[in-house]
Design a protein around this ligand. Sequence first.
Ligand code: ARG
Length: 459
Amino acid sequence: NNRKLWGGRFSEKTDLVLESLNASISYDKRMWKEDLKGSRAYTVALLRAGLLTEDESKEILKGLDMVHEEWEKNTFIILPSDEDIHTANERRLKELIGHSALKLHTGRSRNDQVVTDMRLWLRSGLGDFSVLLCDIIKLCTVRAQQEIDILMPGYTHLQRAQPVRWSHWLLSYCWSLKADHDRLKQLSERINVLPLGSGAIAGNPFLIDRQFLADELDFQHVSSNSMHAVGDRDFIVEFLFWASLTSIHLSRLAEDLILFSSQEFGFVTLSEAYSTGSSLMPQKRNPDSLEIIRGTAGKIYGHCTGVMMILKGLPSTYNKDLQEDKVAMFAVFDCLKAILQVAGGVINTLQVKNFNCRAALSPDMLATDVAYYLVKKGVSFREAHHLAGEVVAKAEQDRVTVSNLPLNTLRDISNFFEDDINEIWNYESSVEQYQVKGGTSRSSVTLQISELLQWHDNI
Ligand code: ARG
């Protein structure tokens, strides 16, 4: 026990099961670089505060570089007594440089150290998400541009609603993901606050220059309350929530594509790289990639709610329960990154079946157009809606498609029907009515494409 950094007041050994539960080194070693970076800055701050001599600080910095090299070369040996990344690095530093290593932790606590490491780690990792999101958005936008001619049924309640452009559907996900990208930027700003210098709870008594630390570690702000700084995990929850929301979007996209790739829809074919077969049924081509996206999204929400559960009953400042936050942070980071990569690959290699999309359109999807026809003849929309409903019911009753009802039958329903009603039975012109910004006409979809491409260029 005396080997433990906190072993001074202890004489009994820690229970072995507790010891292994208490150790976080197996996963928090991922922050080795951030931990060393924080220590380097802290060393210089200690020197500037007069707590280290020039020689001591040089020795510590040199030692930290050596530890760095060991991690980088994969020669760092984790000992069973290393509880977490902070204790492991400090233990090794002492082995390498001896006595001066013992001054590094002056005024610092693992409580302010761990959140500093996490904020640094997350901040640098978020750039990957920005790139992945931008790539998917670009991919979908370029596809939308190339495949703008393709029409397909749009669904509400999973019932055929109105004809739309395939591109319009595809772009709908771009806007969700673009909003995720915006939110990512905002959340990065809130991560960018320096907790170091908060000590265990009360602050730092050695006149450490926290603004200097912030500048060294490239933090935009310095935390204002030490108790808040060591106990606050809002930035983790925010990241987990953000990842949950982003994965909701990926999961809904996956769900659409799972349906669209079924034989009943037949709108798309997944590439073989993103499909798998069945060990029993030779004909199967299963959309496992999309199901993995959907399933992983569930796992991500689980981690998000898990951390919120941990936080809700905690008394203020640091409690060991908080150690679990890193399990969630790393797992969610990896999961989201993987499903973003898979989603990009799926979209990139997906084949859209133009013919099937169009063949799935049916004249009943133009019932709204019948109502709009009557509106243009001067009928109020409510009446027109009712009359169009009668037209649909009549077609159902006579077992014909609405477009095949003879004019005189239509005129029995309303005198406003004339020969030109036949002009509405055209999916292309139906779609072209929606010229409004945000609509599914060619010009409106083209506007979306240029907005997104411009956004992408300015990122
Ligand atoms: N491994 C710990 C964690 O991740 C570091 C902080 C420990 N602080 C303490 N006072 N025990 O939360």
